[in-house]
Design a protein around this ligand. Structure first.
Ligand SMILES: [Mn+2]
Length: 301
């Protein structure tokens, strides 16, 4: 049995990719099951409801198991016992991370907006049928990762995939579909500061130290009014408790592509020159992967 596992703190792509890649492996005659490394966020739950698909079971460890990784290649995002698993395959759209394999593997790493875009192309290459639920999963993940095509990570391959998938999924009004997805994506009602920081937090080992950068996508900055003190306190707490050199949170208004960066830790001083009126605003910044983190790496060296 192959376990298909997305990254820790799962986003919609890492859950949908695990579900979809499992079906691709099954179509090849293999035994596979999707697993998740954490609770689903609201957007992902909404997507699975739309698709009528059950969530993957929780990953309880992969030691001694065969695995496929979807949506990451970093050890820090893998199950803790990944070194004792046999990695048979990878489907990803991030920079190549630090996983190592013992044997040759099948790796599909493309610079596109979403892991599901690669999977869509694999289904086509292998002439495997894309059912309606699979089409809903894939197009939703692509629209989530590319923020409805607005992200600079979006490529023509992502748009072409959604166009075909929308037909299979029988989506008549794509704009309406995107709007509802983004409403679910930016729904943070009732979440605490700690939950917001944790929501989409990624760890980046950097210059021998640990750094974390989270991101909260918002429909308007008003959604986090009055929460800045608590958010900053939570970032500070993580630095203390986890020995981080830097902890940041990107608050991204997806309607204006404007990000306000909150940050704490001993490397904070490196960023202070960019503050204006007590805030660090990153204009035209939607993507952590393509914009936020590359910029931060340049500043934190
Ligand atoms: Mn992704």
């Amino acid at each position: 049995m192959i376990q298909v596992v997305g990254h820790k703190n799962p986003d919609s792509d890492s859950i949908c990719s695990a579900l979809v890649a499992t079906e691709l492996l099954k179509a090849r005659g293999l035994e596979a099951k999707p697993v998740r490394q954490g609770e689903l966020n609201r957007e992902t739950r909404y997507i699975l409801e739309q698709a009528g698909v059950e969530q993957p079971e929780m990953c309880t460890g992969v030691a001694g198991e065969k695995v496929w990784l979807v949506d990451y290649t970093d050890l820090s995002q893998a199950p803790d016992d990944i070194a004792e698993a046999e990695i048979l395959g990878i489907v990803d759209h991030h920079r190549l991370g630090d996983v190592m394999t013992v044997n040759p593997l099948e790796a599909w790493i493309w610079p596109v907006g979403c892991t599901c875009t690669i999977l869509f192309n694999l289904f086509k290459m292998e002439e495997t049928e894309i059912t309606k639920p699979l089409a809903v999963l894939m197009m939703s993940a692509i629209l989530s990762d590319t923020v409805g095509f607005a992200s600079p990570t979006c490529t023509p391959k992502d748009e072409a995939a959604v166009k075909e998938l929308a037909q299979i999924a029988q989506i008549e009004n794509l704009d309406e579909f995107i709007k509802n997805l983004l409403i679910a994506k930016t729904d943070i009602e009732g979440l605490t500061a700690a939950q917001l920081v944790e929501k989409d937090l990624k760890a980046y080992p950097f210059n021998g130290r640990d750094v974390v950068v989270g991101q909260v996508e918002l429909a308007t900055m008003e959604q986090v009014d009055g929460m800045f003190d608590d958010l900053n306190a939570d970032l500070e707490r993580r630095c203390q408790e986890d020995g981080l050199a830097f902890a940041a949170l990107m608050l991204t208004d997806i309607t204006t592509s404007t990000t306000e960066l909150l940050f704490k830790g001993e490397w904070s001083a490196k960023l202070e020159k960019h503050m204006k009126d007590g805030a660090l605003i990153m204009e035209n910044t939607l993507s952590r992967k393509k914009q936020g983190w590359p910029w931060l790496q340049g500043e934190l060296v």
